[in-house]
Design a binder for this molecule. Sequence first.
Ligand SMILES: Cc1cc2nc3c(=O)[nH]c(=O)nc-3n(C[C@H](O)[C@H](O)[C@H](O)COP(=O)(O)OP(=O)(O)OC[C@H]3O[C@@H](n4cnc5c(N)ncnc54)[C@H](O)[C@@H]3O)c2cc1C
Length: 333
Amino acid sequence: MNELMNEQRGADAAAYGTGEGGTADVAVVGGGVAGLAAALNLVRARRSVVVIDAARPRNAPAAHSHGYLTRDGASPLELVDLGRQEVRGYGGRIVEGTVEAVARLDDGRFRLTTRQGAVHLARRVLVATGLVDEYPDVPGLRERWGRDVVHCPYCFGWEHRDRALGVLGSGPGAARQALMWRQWSADVVLFQHTAPAPDEREGARLAALGITVVPGEVAAVEIGDDRVTGVRLASGEVHPRDAIVVGPRFVARHDLLDPLGVEAVEHPLGLGRYVKAEPTGATGVPGVWVAGNTLDLAAGVLQAAASGSTAAAAINADLTEDDAERAVLALAR
Ligand SMILES: Cc1cc2nc3c(=O)[nH]c(=O)nc-3n(C[C@H](O)[C@H](O)[C@H](O)COP(=O)(O)OP(=O)(O)OC[C@H]3O[C@@H](n4cnc5c(N)ncnc54)[C@H](O)[C@@H]3O)c2cc1C
């Protein structure tokens, strides 16, 4: 029996070879922390894995990544680089490229094609392509994004503590965001911009905590000497500020999943659009998983990595079932 199993494994290894042109057990699209954590756990489970990565993690504009226990302050690219080394150390393949299409073949495998012209075959697909931060198109924001134009207090609050902060309103959550940042600085101004005016209760809370609300549209973020210096209103009035807080709409990259029948939906709390799946990342479409920010718009680095690990275990369990079925069929032949 063991011999037969070994024979079967040998046959599978040939059929699912890890080299160029073979079929990997799992293709991971996106090699940020989520995709790499998944790949690490899969290669350690002796699965053949190819990670295809466009190499532009969401936090790349930031000099440091914070809050990941034991790696607080590491550079985002250093984290990814360490992750790549660990995956490669177990024989995982990581290739740079942008996947443009994922198609299911008649035999159940997946065919992935990249913009660069490469083709990869895999038994299972994990999409961990992250999300896009959509924030207002105000001049100055893009140039300073991830430095002194920020969104996440847990990522940047400590570094901007006690500074003159301006919250740029763009939706109904603006007052809540201003209240949140008050934890890190006593000098917070809420620029209403396109957000609704705070209601009576919000207004009272903001005032009680010393947060000024400035009505009127913001024309630009002023920059000087490689730093934010203030906020200019459409009226021409300028308010000196050291850093700007924005509230982006988070939109999961789901283009690859749409043709496979995986659904992207609006977040119930109005955070943006995410891919609907179980906490394991199983999308309900056989063979297709998601992890990281594609699944959880609010996930930081630690949570994104954890979701990759969770998905890896679920995928390995699914492959284990499949392997067992194949072994039974092979014996019956
Ligand atoms: C400016 C900024 C700073 C942040 N700082 C912190 C922080 O200090 N601490 C913290 O916990 N969180 C921070 N975050 C959040 C953090 O970026 C995310 O939690 C994390 O990046 C999510 O990891 P991920 O693997 O899901 O996605 P990503 O890290 O975005 O990785 C996705 C990967 O997929 C690739 N990709 C996309 N499309 C394709 C495709 N079609 N084919 C192949 N590859 C593709 C991308 O190039 C990228 O390499 C920050 C976010 C921002 C915007």
